[in-house]
Write a protein that binds this ligand. Structure first.
Ligand code: ADP
Ligand code: MG
Length: 305
């Protein structure tokens, strides 16, 4: 039979918008040593907005936006949403209108952690990060990788055509959430597919112990795997197990959510696959609720034992 305290813990969670998918996760919370978090949508709002459009000489800003938006209309990535909002005049007063909607787009390929490739109006268009352009042998100014903004680089017919800078905001409670996790004796690590210059800037704002960017989904899996092995190899783990949790929201995060001892999904914005795979769902999307979940686990254990 399940001790009464567990129902109390699960109920306390649900009143706070924290869904525990089993009482075992309340127990595991009391053993949590490392909290690994995704950046976009977890510590930041995950709502990108276009800041600047920077075409190469000979390319008009409208053409750059229209071709990019036409291609991005085939993606549901937060980056794609930003470009579409901008092209539709939803932000910063673009004059591109809805013209991109009538442009024929075929042969679209979405490459995880890279971006998109497709044929737009008969032209070969790439829209994504530095990894994408390198993959297709397109030359660009390497200094662009150093600027602390997320950028969508665009190539037309194999030539670098310019870029669009986009920005996201840190969630209001992200820094407080990290501080509270530290107070609970938990180490914090941020892993992201976004460019390192952006990831390090966000890391400074929220105060995580460590942060790594430019990671492909499989790099995140390898990183978490290594951390889990290190925790297990620690001689102290024999007496008292040490656990790792991962919190994320994106569809690319599902494999790491599955691998962590405690997989946490941001439920509001999160993809269905990630919410389904998770052990704990934060329905309010607030990172501070991760620390609340740990505290509920500890309080429940004090009642049960
Ligand atoms: P994360 O969720 O950790 O930020 P993703 O793996 O979803 O990482 O994306 C990593 C990077 O790949 C993004 O920051 C962006 O540069 C690029 N990217 C992914 N999808 C697209 C897209 N549809 N259009 C442009 N760039 C994209
Ligand atoms: Mg993400």
């Amino acid at each position: 039979s399940i001790p009464l305290g567990y129902f109390g813990g699960i109920g306390a969670g649900s009143r706070q918008g924290i869904l525990f998918k089993g009482s075992v996760f309340l127990d595991l919370m009391t053993q949590l040593k490392i909290m690994v978090m995704d950046k976009t949508g977890t510590l930041t709002k995950g709502v990108f907005r276009v800041q600047e459009v920077r075409p190469q000489p000979g390319v008009s800003p409208d053409e750059l936006v229209r071709l990019t938006a036409a291609l991005e209309s085939k993606s549901t990535h937060p980056v794609a949403t930003a470009i579409l909002d901008y092209a539709q005049g939803g932000n910063a007063g673009s004059r591109a209108g809805e013209g991109h909607l009538s442009i024929p787009v075929t042969a679209v390929e979405e490459i995880a952690g890279h971006g998109l490739k497709g044929t737009v109006n008969g032209k070969e268009v790439l829209a994504g990060n530095a990894k994408l352009l390198r993959k297709f042998g397109v030359a660009f100014d390497e200094a662009l990788t150093q600027i602390p903004f997320t950028i969508v680089m665009v190539a037309i017919n194999g030539q670098f055509a310019g870029y669009v800078t986009i920005a996201d905001e840190v969630k209001e409670d992200a820094a407080a959430a990290v501080q509270e996790l530290h107070r609970l004796g938990i180490q914090t690590i941020m892993l992201s597919g976004d460019k390192s210059a952006v990831v390090q800037a966000v890391a400074r704002q929220v105060g995580v112990d460590q942060a790594f960017g430019d990671l492909l989904p499989e790099d995140k899996v390898a990183h978490v795997d290594r951390l889990k092995a290190e925790l297990a190899a620690n001689p102290k783990a024999k007496r008292r197990p040490a656990r790792l949790a991962f919190a994320g929201d994106g569809v690319n995060d599902a494999p790491v959510v599955a691998l962590a001892d405690i997989g946490i999904a941001m439920g509001g914005l999160g993809s269905d696959a990630t919410v389904e795979t998770a052990d704990v769902v934060i329905q309010t999307d607030q990172p501070s609720k991760i620390a609340t979940a740990v505290k509920i686990g500890k309080a429940t254990r004090n009642i049960v034992w």
